[in-house]
Design a binder for this molecule. Sequence first.
Ligand SMILES: NC(=O)c1ccc[n+]([C@@H]2O[C@H](COP(=O)([O-])OP(=O)(O)OC[C@H]3O[C@@H](n4cnc5c(N)ncnc54)[C@H](OP(=O)(O)O)[C@@H]3O)[C@@H](O)[C@H]2O)c1
Length: 331
Amino acid sequence: MVSYKDIQASNALINDATAPRVAVFVGGTSGIGKFTVRALVATGASIRIYLVGRKSSEERTHAWIQELHAINPKAEVIWTEGEVALLAETKRVCEAIKSKESRINLLFLTPGYAPFGPRAETAEGVEIVQSLEYYTRILFIRHLLPLLSEAEAPKVVSVLAGGLEWATIDLDDLDLKKPGNFSSLKTQTQYGAMNTITLEKLADDHPKVTFIHSWPGWVSTGNVRRGLGSSWMMAWFVWLILEPLIGFFGFSGEESGQRHLFQCTSAAFGGRGVPWSGKPGINSREQLGDGLFLVNYNCNCTPNAKVVPVLRKNAREKVWDHTEDVLQPYL
Ligand SMILES: NC(=O)c1ccc[n+]([C@@H]2O[C@H](COP(=O)([O-])OP(=O)(O)OC[C@H]3O[C@@H](n4cnc5c(N)ncnc54)[C@H](OP(=O)(O)O)[C@@H]3O)[C@@H](O)[C@H]2O)c1
């Protein structure tokens, strides 16, 4: 475990020289993304943040951006509207950012939730949560990789389930479309594994960029309420049992934000960034150096060595080819 004291000490070293100068946050309008934006702004460093969010969150986010400017006048936080459940919208947002920037140091991805109701699709025919937790995240990365590759200490952080992969990914129905094949648990294991497989492939192809798939543990953000369907039994379970448990045992927003800021900036993962004298992290191939890091809530690297090699061998090519097919119209 990386102690909270060590994380705070590392984050205290973030300044104009070490901060990610240009960052893109997708999902930074709530929860872990929002806590991490705040922690980054509070370093006082000179930074520019593109805060991507949907229209329905615009008003409250504008008010919050004013607060952020008061905390750090050197931080430029740019509201960037986009309905990122739609891949065409993700493409449009990326084109807008690419027209303004030539380098991006940090891409931080958190949109999504566990759906407890039936399968529901976007207007583009993609299951909504799979779009938020997988396709739109990969599409952001694919569009912004050229800019990340040009930047100093570039990082991509996808917050979902790094280290929790199961080998039983459903390769015959990657989008969980077959009748009876869609459930809350299955979406989270399927989309989590797809994140790891594809992030590792992208990391292999782009060794100058450090990739992290983070599992945040429990953080009380209201996330479990988002996917509630019409089942009153599930609603009562969430309100009476799950949310109080998360509130009691989970991380505070402040600590979660600091822990994710550490993942965004520390050289502990891949050697680039704020110098780290502690134990260096190992990647998804159990090696030091570049690549994909599966990082848990304590900021430990958890390569999941029994499962990830199986996924690499059995699932990587199929997941990549299928993802290419889905994303092709939007690349
Ligand atoms: N919190 C936990 O304990 C925990 C544990 C394990 C994994 N996770 C996963 O980690 C990720 C981040 O969690 P979190 O707690 O920070 O989540 P959160 O607070 O619920 O924030 C989720 C983000 O997704 C956006 N979003 C939700 N539905 C959307 C839609 N239909 N279209 C566009 N954007 C949408 C939200 O935008 P708005 O602000 O506009 O609503 C928000 O920015 C999620 O994928 C979550 O499932 C969380």
